[in-house]
Design a protein around this ligand. Structure first.
Ligand SMILES: [Zn+2]
Ligand SMILES: [Zn+2]
Length: 453
């Protein structure tokens, strides 16, 4: 039987608990703005010293990025801020304009060793922020013809800030860094605007994992269901494949008082929405995860007119490629049946998006003790897979990937869910993320180097 993460973590050395206690105090001390960090807090005490030095600056950057969010493929100012920061740190290479607005920075250490990559996504969402933060976004823009607010309702501002912090810390100890770290700042994780390419897939296509090629990649996501100080991990399949469908149901326009003279696409569309739910409940094995969600229905112009077309859009989430095939096939069959019965026709445009994100089991086994050491064994949560998706999958399909969740809710506080107006990620998550990610990268480089000696 597979060991659970908790069991794996329990196998960590006996000193972990002592270290964890010291670490917790260190985080609290750092958060309170008081300096001294216990040298036992982590394997390399310099990390904690450097985190304490940079965290105020990085938190200010986080607030700035949060206050001025930019949608996918439009992260112009965020990318400029990132590139300026990396250049100021003396990075060996800083490349901009990758996959539209992406930035890649290369930091070569003073000691020989492997290449490892770390990735943060930069894009915000068309969500109007309603948080109590002094630095909340009031930015508005036009998205798909609608005027909307823009905000970091998925916490990508935290990801950028953490990764800038990691860059600062590792640059501060580059002489003793055994290898090279490739920092990837990615646009459009939530998907590029319609008609545009972008995101992780485009970065990979543009060669971001070459020259130099990393032997592993790390990433994190803030998590609205977890307190600051905790991290979550799922070994193996962690996040679902994300597909996007568009449907047009075509009927015949008529007076609303004379439905017998028309063919009503609204009735057919509503039947289709209900029938799609039977794919999950009647057509698939109950233990195979899947979701079919219709997120948009558009049709009609006036209360007393039966329109000629209804458009629908939605998403399908799966893990198993056979389940993915089955859902697409059943959607087509249901639409064909309903429109045949109703006298109409349909068009189905089924777009296969991000594949499932799989955490490399061997890399997970190797790196979990680091997370346990940094945040404390009791603060590493063994998470179930989620039906949320992540285009980190495109990187993790190329090289072994390690993707974890970062707690973001201040103890005793609350946060709305991801993509909602009252999503709240607390500043205190930033230093925890910096410490966790820096130690993961350092331990990866050190252990890879030791293995090759
Ligand atoms: Zn999101
Ligand atoms: Zn996200």
């Amino acid at each position: 039987m597979m060991k659970t993460n908790a069991e794996r973590i329990r196998a960590v050395s006996a000193t972990a608990a002592t270290r964890a206690a010291a670490t917790g105090l260190a985080v609290m001390a750092a958060l309170a703005g008081t300096a001294p960090i216990s040298p036992t807090a982590a394997q390399d005490p310099r990390v904690d010293e450097l985190v304490a030095t940079v965290q105020d600056t990085i938190i200010r950057l986080r607030e700035h990025i949060h206050q001025y969010p930019e949608l996918g493929n439009r992260e112009f100012n965020t990318a400029a801020l990132v590139a300026d920061h990396l250049r100021a740190l003396g990075f060996d290479e800083v490349h901009t304009g990758i996959a539209h607005t992406g930035v890649v920075g290369i930091l070569r250490g003073g000691l020989p060793g492997p290449v490892v990559a770390v990735r943060a996504d930069m894009d915000a969402l068309p969500v109007t922020e309603m948080t109590p933060y002094a630095f909340r976004s009031t930015v508005r823009t036009t998205y798909l013809g609608q005027e909307v607010g823009v905000s970091h309702a998925c916490g990508h501002d935290i990801h950028v800030a953490v990764q800038l912090g990691v860059a600062s810390v590792l640059a501060g100890m580059r002489d003793e860094l055994p290898g090279t770290v490739k920092f990837i700042f990615q646009p459009a994780e939530e998907g590029p605007p319609p008609g545009e390419d972008g995101g992780a897939r485009m970065m990979v296509a543009e060669g971001v994992l070459q020259d130099p090629a990393p032997s592993a990649i790390f990433g994190l996501h803030s998590f609205a269901e977890m307190e600051v100080g905790k991290v979550g991990f799922t070994s193996g399949p962690a996040l679902a494949a994300v597909d996007h469908f568009k449907i047009r149901i075509l009927g015949l326009q008529s007076h609303g008082a004379a439905p017998h003279l028309g063919i009503d696409p609204i009735v057919m569309a509503s039947q289709a929405v209900s029938a799609f739910q039977t794919i999950r409940s009647r057509n698939l094995p109950p233990l195979e995860p899947s979701v079919v969600t219709v997120g948009i229905i558009r049709g009609g112009t006036r209360f007393n007119i039966i329109p000629h077309v209804v458009e629908m859009e939605g998403t399908v989430r799966t893990y198993n490629p056979d389940v993915r095939d089955a859902v697409e096939q059943r959607m087509g069959e249901i639409l064909a049946g309903i429109t045949a019965a109703g006298g109409g026709t349909y068009e189905l445009d089924y777009d296969r998006g991000t594949p499932a994100t799989i955490n490399d089991p061997a890399l997970g086994e190797r790196m979990l003790p680091t997370l346990a050491r940094v945040v404390g064994e009791e603060n590493v949560v063994d998470l179930d897979p989620t039906m949320g998706g992540e285009d980190f999958a495109y990187f993790a399909n190329e090289v072994p990937g390690f993707f974890f969740r970062l707690g973001q809710v201040i103890p005793g506080g609350t946060s709305g869910g991801h993509h909602t107006p009252d999503f709240q990620a607390d500043n205190s998550a930033v230093p925890v993320g910096i410490r966790a990610m820096t130690n993961l990268l350092l331990d990866y480089l050190k252990s890879a180097r030791a293995a090759s000696e």
